[in-house]
Write a protein that binds this ligand. Sequence first.
Ligand SMILES: Cc1ncc(COP(=O)(O)O)c(C=O)c1O
Length: 430
Amino acid sequence: MKIKTEDIQNLVETQNNWRGRECLNLIASENAQSPMVRSIESNDFMGRYAEGHPNTDSEDRRYYEGTRWIDEIERIAQEEIIELANCRQADVRPISGNAANTALALGILRGGDSVIVNSIEQGGHISHNPIGVVGRRIQKRGQVLTPGKDHSIDLHYWPTTPDGYHLDADACVKLLEDKRPNLAILGKSLFLFPEPVKEIAEACRNMKIPLLYDGAHVLGLILGGCFQDPLGEGAHFINASTHKTFPGPQRGVILGNLEGDEEMKWWTSIDRGVMPGSSSSHHLHTLPGLVIAIREMKVYGKAYAEQTISNAKALGRALDEEGVDVEAKEFGFTESHQLAVRVTRFGEAKTIARQLAEQNIICNYNQLPGDPDPRYPSGLRLGVQEMTRMGMKESEMGEIAQLMGAVMKGKDVLQQVGRLREQFTEVQFC
Ligand SMILES: Cc1ncc(COP(=O)(O)O)c(C=O)c1O
């Protein structure tokens, strides 16, 4: 009997055309992968098992046979990302940024420990907060998720400057010295400006506190050499997704810059947090694409990251000229791929995001610093990295701003969105 597939094939084809050729994609956590990264993902590694580490000539480090070629690819991925990131250790097995955070939390934290993080209101990620892995680590059955209670993790939040988008470095160091947490985490999801890594790392290193920089969003900008250099500034780890500004397949990575036996104990614990803690086999079919993306970044990373940041600033200026309230104007709007836009003058953020999506302009509504109730966010988060990968430059950012402004004022722009997007359908920087 012939299995029915046409309906599913049609849905996939429709998605390919819609998001791939018709929409202005401004979701800050997504990207367009190169044709080579995409095509190499369909391979025999899908569904295969390779737990543990690559075998070597002298040591059997896998729990299954048949891993000869994935061993080679995993080793190449590890070596080449270490070279690109100029770091000492890399674990390429986490299947996403969240899995990398889970692995690190499982490795480093125990019930009753304390952690300093960015709160969700100040842009932090849920995995570091009460409902995520850091906040609920070793939670007792039936226990209410209250940070600081028995066996849960005691969470403290980095102090910000009054604008809400920067950390107050001196106050952060003071908090570190007061709390002496078991782990300090920088980095966030609404990520406009670099973090004060240098000051915080110095204090962490003096107190032997592991410092994680969550670069899920900004890895591509960091490795393109255009954001900050967290490991160079003293962080012990970067955890990241490999599919946001880093334009690879949907995976995660843990980068380490650890030296000496004491620090290497953290790496050994995290290793167990990766496998078996948070994964078994690690979606092997996407690993070859990671190597291709690493190589693309080696050649084109700087040009791509530079253009992305320049485009984000240009979109900020153009939206401002359209009468849209772009946050952090006094700081030039952004130093990353993202913008935060407060839309309350036009309506509820959830409604505006939906109206934009109906016009094929895709972004997400977002809580902004100072929003009193997370259920009623006042902002949109925009990311320009995908449209930059498709070849858009500053002048197209001006057009996007006009189209967004028109939607917020109630106009229909579907045709114009389509006409703009159809000129940019080939991935660049590859
Ligand atoms: C700061 C941060 N960390 C971790 C994650 C989770 O990454 P992933 O979606 O790859 O699991 C995100 C997701 O957006 C994020 O913003």
